[in-house]
Design a protein around this ligand. Structure first.
Ligand SMILES: [Zn+2]
Ligand SMILES: [Zn+2]
Ligand SMILES: [Zn+2]
Ligand SMILES: [Zn+2]
Length: 288
């Protein structure tokens, strides 16, 4: 928990090849609360959800989070330079989606795209040559593509809440919910111990091994590890001659570590809410 609270990362990269300000979004603490109501059979059900989107205040559009968050050389993926973009939280519907059913994609953070680790999705970087002249060059990390479709949400920007034994959480049995919850919590412990400043290829191999049981119950976690590898690969492509090579690798690992932790903490909270409900209902269900 304390890790996420500390995640307000503001990096100033002043380097010969890239003079950009990178500010990474705050990964929020998971806070999902929901009233339970008793239905006519005496069972607990979650109260219906009808809430306006608090992020855009019901407008559906916001100041573009992509280009207010990072600056780059080229066109912004999200607003195409208009500086206003569809709200990531409600996807323009103006209504907050039910947090028990879906969440903003933790891999792309609602952008729908995975950004290159070198150019941050802009496809170009500013270089300063030896005589101090600035010039704009194609990013070699991504071969000028800049960004590619987020593999975790498939570009949809939100993902569905996890399922347990192929059932939605509301239909799963309390004992299955609790079993999966303990696997998710093991994953949280593994991720909390993930040292993001080490050699990523070695560390990621081990991490994938240690997270295998958690990935088995939550495929999105494996997808996020794949995305992290892609992003690190874009940095490798640009090459280790880059002065900030090492810190780029550790920054990206730090960011994705916290996004993965967010995913697990989110699902953990859902499993807590649903297992409490299921335990109560299984006890109070009238015998057939
Ligand atoms: Zn923008
Ligand atoms: Zn909104
Ligand atoms: Zn790039
Ligand atoms: Zn995504």
């Amino acid at each position: 928990m304390y890790l996420l609270r500390a995640l307000s990362l503001s990096l100033l990269l002043v380097l010969p090849s890239l003079a950009q300000i990178h500010t990474y979004e705050l990964v929020p603490l998971v806070s999902i609360h929901r009233k339970l109501i008793t239905d006519d059979r005496g069972l607990k059900q979650f109260a219906p959800w009808d809430v306006d989107c608090s992020v855009c205040k019901g407008k559906g559009i916001v100041d573009c989070p992509n280009c207010s968050e990072i600056e780059g050389d080229g066109d912004c993926i999200e607003c195409k330079g208009k500086r206003r973009a569809t709200c990531r939280a409600c996807l323009g519907t103006k209504k907050a989606p039910d947090p028990l059913l879906e969440l903003v994609c933790p891999s792309c953070w609602g952008l729908g795209w995975t950004r290159c680790g070198m150019c941050n999705g802009f496809g170009r970087i500013k270089e300063i040559d030896l005589s101090g002249n600035k010039r704009s060059v194609r990013c070699v990390g991504c071969r000028h593509k800049g960004f590619w479709k987020c593999a975790v949400c498939g570009g949809k920007r939100h993902i569905q809440a996890m399922r347990v034994k192929a059932k939605s959480l509301g239909r799963a049995k309390a004992k299955d919910l609790l079993k999966v919850r303990s696997v998710i919590q093991e994953g949280i412990a593994v991720l909390e111990a993930y040292n993001t400043s080490g050699n990523p290829s070695k560390v990621l191999e081990q991490l994938r091994k240690d997270l295998r049981p958690t990935i088995r119950v939550l495929g999105e976690l494996g997808g996020m590890l794949d995305v992290l590898e892609e992003v690190l690969d874009s940095i490798h492509q640009a090459g280790s001659a880059d002065f900030f090579y090492g810190s780029r690798l550790s920054d990206m690992q730090f960011i994705y570590k916290n996004r993965m932790l967010y995913l697990l903490q989110y699902e953990d909270r859902l499993l807590e809410l649903y297992s409490e409900r299921a335990e109560f209902n299984e006890e109070h269900k009238a015998p057939r």
